[in-house]
Write a protein that binds this ligand. Sequence first.
Ligand SMILES: Cc1ncc(COP(=O)(O)O)c(C=O)c1O
Length: 554
Amino acid sequence: MSKKILVDVNIFQDVLSNREGAYAGAEILNLIKKKELEGWVSANTYGILFYLQRKVNSEEKARKYVSQILNDFVIIPTRKRLIQHALESDSPDFEDNIQIESAAQFTMDAIITRNKKDFENSRVPAYTPEEYLENVFGSHQDTKSQSLTVPFLDLKAQLKDVYNDVDDEITKIISNTAFVMGKSVAEFERAFGSIHNSKYCYGVSTGTAGNHMVLWALGVGPGDEVIIPDNTFIATAWGATLCGAKPVFVDCHTASYNIDPSKVEAAITEKTKAIVAVHLYGQAADVGVISEELMVNGFELKEKGVFVHKDSGQTIYLVEDCAQAHIGEHKGTRVGGLGIASSFSFYPGKNLGAYGEGGAVMTDSEELAKKFKMIRDHGAEQKYYHQIYGHNYRMEGIQGAVLGVKLKHLEDWTNGRRRVAAKYKELLKDVEQIKLPKEMDYAKHVYHLFVIQVNSELGIVNGSKLVNSEEGIVKSARRDELQKYLNENGIATGLHYPVPLHLQPCFEHLGYKKGDFPVSEELAEQGLSLPMYAELTDEQIGYVCEKVKEFFKK
Ligand SMILES: Cc1ncc(COP(=O)(O)O)c(C=O)c1O
């Protein structure tokens, strides 16, 4: 995790005026430029700096100096409450109080200043540049394992890339009061649809709403069956149940963990109306083989994602749940355009996350697009004239604005996730007790999650007890022990998902039982998601891998 530091105005002043001994300050600014440190400043800094520069330089030079440093820093706005706190503070210097409050507001690791005594009241520790470089930054680089913590996901690590733009855009929404839909949503829809090469894209309230809308617009209803993978988040199934249809589960593939295409055929009946390909963990499902399976079973491809049986006329739609796979690819084609329609989620923890709830639906079909627009907005094309049944599934203006800013970073963040995955794979490749996620040859994985599988073995392994479940299936306790061990060492992990859909109490009435889907059941017992986000450092990844190896050596 790169350190977040608030740089006091006197550091800039010293560096810009070449003050004697300013080399350490210059080095700090340089590390910020190289992104080895996160540089933050209080907005006030610019006014003061400009004023001070103006005393010794021309207006043009002062502007140049100030604008030079603008781009490398995140600026903390000086808002009313911050000013109030600064005014109420016991310390005499108002400007320093603003900086003290700013540093505390965004939980900085340090304040860098020439005059440490001005920051005696600060909750965030203050250092001179020399001290920071010698004692803190250097030692941070040398820190070994013990003191590290690795969160499962760290959304704060993204703030440096987006905070000021997001803040500007949210302020715009507040000032023009476009709280629901509006320009920010329309612009985001255009941009998001375009990077997925989709003709029509609509922002909606959640990914779950998207799952529902896709099937609803296709006319799925009571009496229909919808095939979905057993290994997915439950929201995939809500798409079908909210339409009154029956979800029919299919086991997952041993390597991709997505729906096993070879098992789809057995799940098809004359009631099957749709198949939902979920691109789980960030990897595209094998839609190519699903299509082939349909074709060998007498279905013909009428248009993209629409299969019609040549004798019975039965239609099966292939749709996608892309909640975990923004800009993922199947054979060079981006997800979202592989079936007749698709849905996305922008839940904050997703690869592209809103500052609240959000989702999108996509299609190339004009007819479906029209339905999406109406369903999202109470079944109406024109306000108060309701042609069809609908819902309120609209996206909020603030979410559209935030997503528009964040979308510009998605490619970089995705590359970051791929870097983290490659590093994990390299460092863990020789650990025979775990199975690493495999990037299938047809897919470009975007690593929403990095799920390893802890192999179960019979007998007592490294002190781990093997537990016999009620039905006599042997279950390994090692995954749980590994999770506990990592947790004790400051590493947070996740389970995706601990209970497969067919064993969820809410689906008891469907009559599934333990043993029906062995691959997904095994994954539920053995799968462990390691920390995954673009900003994970090599040091953190190394630490996680070291602890995993240590566990198996115990
Ligand atoms: C596979 C899958 N589908 C659907 C959803 C639902 O998205 P949302 O949380 O935005 O409703 C999620 C989100 O967790 C998901 O992971």
